[in-house]
Write a protein that binds this ligand. Structure first.
Ligand SMILES: [Mn+2]
Length: 331
């Protein structure tokens, strides 16, 4: 458990100042936005509204179906065709690098100040203002601090969005990134009226029979190396088709792989829906293995214990390259 010792007040105040100087904001996040990205985007949009500003959310790469219950979800746009030209500034959340914005990168309106709010160790400070805090559990926790510093009251909808950010990015308060501060924040949010039962039901009891069959099929293909310290499995396009299910959040699969005793590296290889030669790789690790470092060998990145990368080529080749690299970390 890492303590937050850094003083972020100056950068938070610069961000608030920049927000006050502008009117209309594009709010975007990494491709395939997850609970943390979407929850913090929606809370930011609500914060902007309370400051008399406008926030417009546009993402790329689709969104997990279990997040549709979030307050304000209908106002999230997917695809660069929704971009407008009237933005004065841009806010990017939860994107470990500029590359993770994918097709959004070249579609962004030029010469706008960009606020980069993120907690990935791999973040390369691509913004005009960069608040990068790797010891924070989630961007939700960062937006919460922003709200507190700006003295903007948190309402039930904001609290629900921030709770989902925090809960999903900490594996419901189980990952090493969970701190006393994250629990205090959760307590405060619950006091603001978050319907915990509803949130849990939507997040974790929202599966189709096909989803479970896909999960079963995926776990059947589990492989081990290095005395069971490396574990991995795959999701293929033919599996999605067979079970009529989408790959969904890799976290669930990885949590199962990580639950095996003494596992140091757990990896999920996924074929993308549109291109069989584009492989998405999600990595979870335990010390001494640094998932961020491992992912960086292949052009990706993330956190110390959770990271990802992409590869072009066959699923077989991706497994071979990644597993042999992972073995080097355990020597
Ligand atoms: Mn995050």
């Amino acid at each position: 458990m890492k303590k937050t010792t850094k003083n972020y007040r100056p950068i938070i105040q610069q961000i608030i100042k920049l927000i006050r100087q502008h009117k209309k904001f594009l709010i975007t996040a990494h491709t395939g936005a997850d609970g943390d990205a979407v929850g913090s985007q929606l809370a930011l949009k609500m914060m902007l509204a309370k400051m008399g500003k406008t926030g417009h959310i546009v993402n790329v790469g689709g969104i997990s179906k279990e997040l549709t219950f979030l307050p304000g979800f209908a106002e999230i746009n997917n695809g660069i065709k929704h971009l407008q030209s009237s933005y004065d500034a841009i806010i990017v959340v939860d994107s470990g690098s500029f590359e993770r914005l994918e097709e959004m990168r070249t579609a962004l309106p030029p010469k706008r100040p960009m606020i980069n709010i993120d907690h990935h160790a791999s973040n390369d400070n691509f913004g005009t203002l960069n608040w990068v805090a790797p010891e924070m559990s989630s961007v939700g926790e960062m937006v919460y601090r922003l709200l507190k510093t700006a003295r903007i009251p948190i309402d039930k909808d904001m609290a629900t969005n921030l709770y989902v950010s925090l809960a999903t990015d900490t594996g419901h308060f189980s990952f090493a990134s969970t701190t006393p501060a994250s629990h205090l924040m959760a307590s405060d949010l619950l006091n603001h009226g978050v319907n915990l039962g509803e949130a849990i039901k939507n997040l974790y009891s929202n599966k189709t029979p096909g989803d479970i069959k896909l999960q079963y099929d995926c776990l059947k293909r589990i492989k081990f190396a290095h005395g069971n310290r490396i574990v991995w499995t795959v999701l293929t396009r033919s599996m999605y088709k067979k079970h009529r299910a989408l790959p969904g959040d890799p976290q669930e699969y990885l949590q199962i792989l990580k639950s095996i005793k003494n596992v140091s590296v757990a990896i999920l290889f996924r074929e993308t829906l549109t291109n069989p030669l584009k492989i998405k790789i999600s990595i979870r690790s335990e010390p001494p293995v640094d998932a961020n470092k491992l992912a960086r060998h292949f052009g990706g990145g993330g956190h110390y214990r959770a990271a990802g990368c992409r590869m072009t080529g066959s699923l077989k080749k991706a497994q071979r390259l990644l597993i042999s690299k992972a073995k080097q970390y355990l020597k």
